[in-house]
Design a protein. Structure first.
Length: 216
């Protein structure tokens, strides 16, 4: 009886392996790990913003509209409960992405405004935050790319035969992924530099619009 049970377990294990069960488990874990890194980097950016706003406010307090918008955008992001389960809910995921895009746009506008304040650009605290924000934006781009690739691999496995049968049997479904109009632009995040000196006015507004449309 015991030998029959062991043989049955071995047969089931072999069948599950042949039907993609192990692949589903592996890629599912990869997606979860990639998503955790995305959340970590977005949280890092959100944590930097209050200090950035505080420094900018010390030199440009009258830029109330820009400062208010980035504060509101950060609050909206903070109001979304970003959990591992979020990637299993396309609507919640889309809402999360929209909030992050709005925050990216508000951050871009704030950094463009800084061009008009030489003393602010020379501030040591601001330059330190500038470097941290730029590094974080780069890490966000890398984390997003890794997540996109991990989800693409996972979704392919749960859709193709015969692993799709195993996925249906155990309740595995496709996961939400980032949607961008220009993946090349996303993989090359905008560098936050202030040495060139942008012209204020119409040119700055045009640049801000471009940053918003290429947001995350």
């Amino acid at each position: 009886m015991r030998l029959k049970l062991l043989a049955l377990l071995a047969l089931v294990t072999s069948l599950l392996s042949g039907c993609g069960y192990n692949q589903i488990q592996t890629t599912d874990e990869q997606v979860n790990a990639a998503w955790s890194e995305v959340l970590n980097q977005y949280k890092r950016r959100a944590d930097l913003i209050p200090n950035l706003v505080q420094v900018v406010q010390g030199y440009a307090a009258h830029e109330k509209e820009v400062l208010t918008k980035i504060t509101e955008a950060r609050s909206q992001v903070a109001g979304i409960k970003a959990t591992p389960e979020l990637i299993n809910d396309p609507q919640a995921f889309a809402k999360f992405q929209a909030a992050q895009t709005q925050l990216s746009g508000a951050l871009s506008r704030l950094l463009l405004v800084v061009e008009n304040y030489p003393n602010l650009k020379a501030d040591a605290n601001f330059r330190d935050l500038q470097a941290q924000v730029e590094g974080t934006e780069n890490r966000i781009a890398v984390a997003r790319n890794r997540y996109i690739k991990a989800v693409q691999e996972y979704n392919t496995i749960v859709r193709i035969f015969p692993s799709n049968l195993t996925a249906m049997l155990f309740g595995y479904k496709t996961k939400a992924n980032f949607t961008v109009e220009d993946e090349k632009a996303m993989s090359m995040p905008p560098a936050i530099k202030f040495d060139g000196g942008a012209k204020p006015g119409a040119a700055a507004d045009k640049s801000a619009g471009s940053a918003l449309s290429a947001g995350y």
